[in-house]
Write a new protein. Structure first.
Length: 425
RNA sequence: GGAAAGAUGGCAGAGUGGUCGAUUGCAGCGGUCUUGAAAACCGCCGUACUGAGAGGUACCGGGGGUUCGAAUCCCUCUCUUUCCGCCA
């Protein structure tokens, strides 16, 4: 969430920038926050003064009792009753203001960075750059990956339906080994780029869900183990970022660079059609995530390094790709700026999103209470960033489709040492 | 699943009703000494809100209660540890 201080000090700027996200009630909500805050402050002044009086009176009673002046002590005691009433009233008024402010702040999205393009949806995203070359298929018609998966017995979607349900594929043989190979390749690449590998829990508690913002807004997207009130992670971002919840880092520890492989679980309620065919959208999938925590001064440099890292991955895999700078309307609630990576899937003839790299600036850190102490001892909110590096299913889809030949599928060279085979046929 | 113990500042660990926001040790920061370092010694060293500042207020796992006054007593929830049982 945005900080109260920034909102109250930059009212007009906040309203203007929220406009880019097409957040309609911005002005109304911001003004309400400012009104509530003014009220909260004056209430607190009153309350503090009253409590100071009360504290003093209590102390004097103690002194009187010790001095044996019982009558005077009792007299003072009688006075405390009315103080108590007033304190109680002021306290509840302040709690009310505070709660209302927090509720409002949770409903206000992050401010888009000034370099985020205007726009309403996917069609307004700006192509930052493109790379790789599209494959040419000579003498045969390329098959979509779900047919290739069946033809070479790599992935069994029906079996997943039997065991669990749609969106839970079963990988078999070289299909399963390709999963392991990609995970190891991505982790090794991240380590070479200086990221510390983390193996996090795949199930988190409520506090962690709130920390990264999955709760309360995206509650329906997570699988919820109600007997224990735990949530299956939709991404390793959740457990990894929550490592830094309620933590004050030292500036010399920044930037924090973590990477983690995890299975990811998403309910994807409401999805249907060609978007969910095959590997395009799953309820369970594998992903390697990179997470960075940095100073505000350095976070955009960090963002660029992350983009370069992800770009090197798709390059090494030899996939045609493009990088999109998302427009205000297509960005997530919590993001200040997001770059999407898409790879081109030749047989489906469409772009598939394989990574999303974002800077949340201090929006997530404020909720997490993730701060750092600089050399002068000043405590400031960190900036948090994360990105997929990479999500497997659509990468697999693109590899299968783009690398197919008339009689098999070529494995990208960088993966051969990880797979132990260079061809599926 | 059964039983017990516990939750205090970055960590360890005192504190059982009245200058306790909290003794002490370690770590950290500054200084003296030293060519430099170590050791020793001296000082500083939680967070948030509020205030121009001095200062004020809140916080000892969360919530509620008793009391003029709660880290300390009571209730409740959550979590952790240990033992037993089961078990990859």
């Amino acid at each position: 969430m945005l900080t109260l201080k920034f909102i109250t000090e930059n009212r007009d700027e906040v309203v203007r920038r929220l406009g880019k996200k097409h957040f309609k009630p911005a002005a109304e909500m911001i003004d309400r926050v400012i009104t509530l805050d003014t009220d909260r402050r004056s209430t607190q002044k009153e309350l503090d003064a009253k409590q100071a009086q009360m504290n003093q009176l209590s102390k004097s009673i103690g002194a009187l009792m010790q001095a044996g002046k019982k009558d005077e002590a009792n007299e003072a005691k009688a006075k405390t009753a009315e103080y108590k009433e007033e304190i109680k009233a002021l306290q509840s008024r302040m709690d009310e203001s505070e709660n209302s402010i927090r509720d409002l702040l949770l409903q206000i999205p992050n401010l888009p960075n000034e370099t985020v393009p205007d726009g309403y949806g996917a069609e307004d995203n700006k192509v930052e750059r493109m790379g790789g070359t599209n494959p040419v298929f000579e003498g045969f018609k390329p098959l979509p990956h779900w047919e290739l998966a069946k033809k070479y017995d790599l992935i069994d979607f029906e079996l997943g339906v039997k065991i669990t349900g749609a969106g839970f594929p079963v990988y078999k043989g070289k299909g399963a080994r390709l999963q392991r190979a990609l995970i190891n390749f991505f982790l090794d690449e991240a380590r070479d780029a200086g990221y510390l590998e983390i193996e996090p829990p795949y199930v988190v508690n409520e506090a962690s869900g709130y920390g990264t913002g999955q709760l309360p807004d995206k509650e329906g997207q997570m699988y919820h183990a109600t007997a224990d009130n735990l949530y299956l992670i939709p991404t390793a971002e959740v457990p990894v970022t929550n490592i830094y919840r309620d933590v004050i880092l030292s500036e010399k520890d920044l930037p924090v660079k973590n990477c983690a492989y995890s299975a990811c679980f998403r309910r994807e309620a409401g999805s249907y059609g060609k978007d969910v065919r095959g590997l395009n959208r799953l309820h369970q999938f594998n992903k390697v995530e990179i997470v960075r925590i940095d100073t505000p001064e350095h976070s955009y440099e960090s963002l660029n390094e992350m983009i370069a890292h992800v770009e090197s991955l798709v390059n090494k895999l030899g996939l045609p790709y493009r990088i999109l700078r998302l427009c205000g309307g297509d960005m997530s609630f919590t993001s200040a700026i997001t770059f999407d990576f898409e790879v081109y899937s030749a047989a489906q003839e469409r772009w598939l999103e394989v990574s999303s790299v974002s800077n949340f600036e201090s929006y997530q850190a404020n909720r997490l209470k993730c701060r750092y102490r600089n050399a002068d001892g000043k405590i400031t909110l960190c900036h948090t960033l994360n990105g997929s590096a990479l999500a497997l299913p659509r990468i697999v889809a693109a590899i299968l489709e783009n690398n197919q030949t008339a009689d098999g599928i070529r494995i990208p060279e960088v993966l051969v040492p990880y797979c132990g085979f260079d061809f599926i046929g």
